[in-house]
Design a protein around this ligand. Structure first.
Ligand code: PHE
Length: 460
């Protein structure tokens, strides 16, 4: 079925920016800040960094090596190096693409809505109470659809003219905005309380399974690992690329922007005395607390709020593009569809699948935890086994394009032993925890609505 030659990124920077675009997204701002707030500040950040280095980075390089080596979308790439028995793993990756983008688009829709509010009317102090209204129902679904239209349109434009071009324009803008906001936040009175909260280190939390699970899930989600997104982008590379170097740059940029986003979020929340609201709602922390801070800043808050949500939109868009690309590349390679057709049909299906998340933030939270704790971590586990043990000569594959990188053997050892062991350990308790979350969400839906004030509710 070999037809037109495979499209390639036009430059090293183009690829790196697209991959950074995939990595940097809602995960860096929305997820990173609420997880850090929930799990004990800097201690959590350190754990997340350690997992990113010891597990995330090796798996990232593994994905790049498979994709570039095979020059194919995930299902075929895995079969290329591992035989047909590995095709089902590729299918799981594609399923993860559907699953994650279905709710990711809904959250991205909220950011579009908030940016619009900043532009047209500015935030008012009642904004927090309207979160439920903004986050669910037809409004949420409509804004998600708008966001998905943009995503589809860019993916339909192709690798160079769509994915690469958008990343080259948008990522530098995002970087400048986030750094500017962090600088601005540092000038606020009371910012230091935010920094001390962010950097406060509660090591005792590190032994909690839930904290370890969240750190690992965040490391994978933020680097777009475990579902073939990086693999798919790498399938548009030629052998001149130095993959170890590029994976370092990608991971460094991802971690760096998450860290700087924390320097925006925490000082702003604390400077405006909204700290007690930080942990109030996992899904909504960023969308409830920060808009309130913007409201209190008055006119400046409108500009700051707009820039903040604009940065979130940019991050979300370049990430959503990579999620859709996994599905589209598979339909193009596997079903022989044209890119445009694949993008519009698959993107449309995914937007429709977002409906339950648009109508229920509980459902959204549940899908997020299933996607992370099962799909991405499980996918990472399988990928490390695949490249560590199954693929014939991954070191030769990674070596092409480099001149004597010294850490091949460390990479191999991390992939063979450290990554699978660490991920098996995390999956060991994240599987039951995710199951419990599923059961309790389903129970909450099916339970008769009769809770009266006198009836004590179970906590936790
Ligand atoms: N890394 C993206 C973010 O942080 C999310 C993502 C996950 C994108 C998996 C692609 C694949 O927002």
């Amino acid at each position: 079925m070999a037809s037109a030659p495979r499209e390639h990124f036009s430059s090293r920077a183009g690829f790196v920016l697209a991959a950074v675009g995939s990595a940097v997204g809602l995960g860096n701002m929305w997820r990173f800040s609420y997880l850090t707030a929930e799990n004990g500040g800097a201690a959590f950040v350190m754990l997340y960094l350690a997992i990113t280095l010891a597990v995330g980075l090796p798996v990232l390089l593994a994905e790049l090596v498979i994709g570039r080596g095979a020059q194919k979308s995930p299902i075929r790439a895995l079969a290329h190096f591992g035989g047909p028995a590995w095709r089902p793993l590729g299918l799981v990756f594609v399923a993860a693409g559907f699953l994650i983008l279905s709710y990711y688009g809904v959250i991205a829709g909220w950011t579009v809505r908030y940016a619009g509010i900043a532009l047209w009317s500015g935030f008012d102090s009642g904004i927090a109470d309207r979160f439920g209204e903004i986050a669910t129902g037809w409004d949420a679904f409509g804004f998600q659809a708008v966001f998905m239209l943009f995503t589809i349109w860019i993916v339909a434009g192709g690798v160079k003219r769509g994915i690469e071009r958008s990343a080259v324009i948008l990522m530098p803008a995002l970087f400048v905005i986030v750094c500017g906001l962090a600088l601005y936040a540092s000038t606020l009175d009371g910012a230091s309380a935010g920094y001390s909260y962010y950097f406060e280190t509660d090591f005792s939390r590190l032994s909690e399974p839930a904290v370890i699970k969240d750190a690992a899930g965040q490391a994978f989600f933020s680097l777009s690992l475990g579902m073939g997104a990086m693999l798919t982008y790498a399938s548009y590379l030629d052998r001149t690329h130095n993959l170890p170097d590029e994976s370092l740059v990608i991971a460094g940029a991802d971690v760096g922007i998450a860290f700087i986003a924390g320097l925006v979020v925490f000082p702003m929340i604390f400077a405006l005395g909204l700290s007690e609201k930080v942990g109030a709602s996992t899904v909504g922390a960023l969308f409830i607390t920060l808009p309130q801070a913007f409201a209190e800043m008055g006119t400046v808050g409108r500009l700051v709020g707009f820039l903040f949500f604009a940065a979130l939109i940019v991050g979300a868009l370049t990430s959503a593009i990579s999620l859709l690309e996994v599905v589209v590349a598979t339909a193009v390679d596997g079903l022989g569809w044209s890119r445009g057709r694949a993008a519009w049909i698959m993107g449309g299906v995914i937007a429709a699948l977002g409906a339950p998340s648009a109508w229920s933030t509980d459902f959204l939270g549940l899908v997020d935890s299933i996607a992370n704790n099962l799909f991405l971590l499980g996918g990472g586990f399988a990928l490390s086994i695949f490249v560590g043990w199954v693929m014939k000569d991954p070191v030769a594959e990674v070596r092409s394009g480099t001149e004597g990188v010294r850490w091949f053997f460390a990479w191999r050892a991390l992939l063979r032993f450290v990554a699978p062991a660490a991920l098996a350990f995390v999956l060991w308790f994240s599987i039951p925890a995710t199951w419990d979350a599923l059961v309790s969400t389903v129970e909450a839906w099916t339970a008769p609505v009769e809770a009266s004030p006198e009836t004590p509710q179970l906590e936790g």
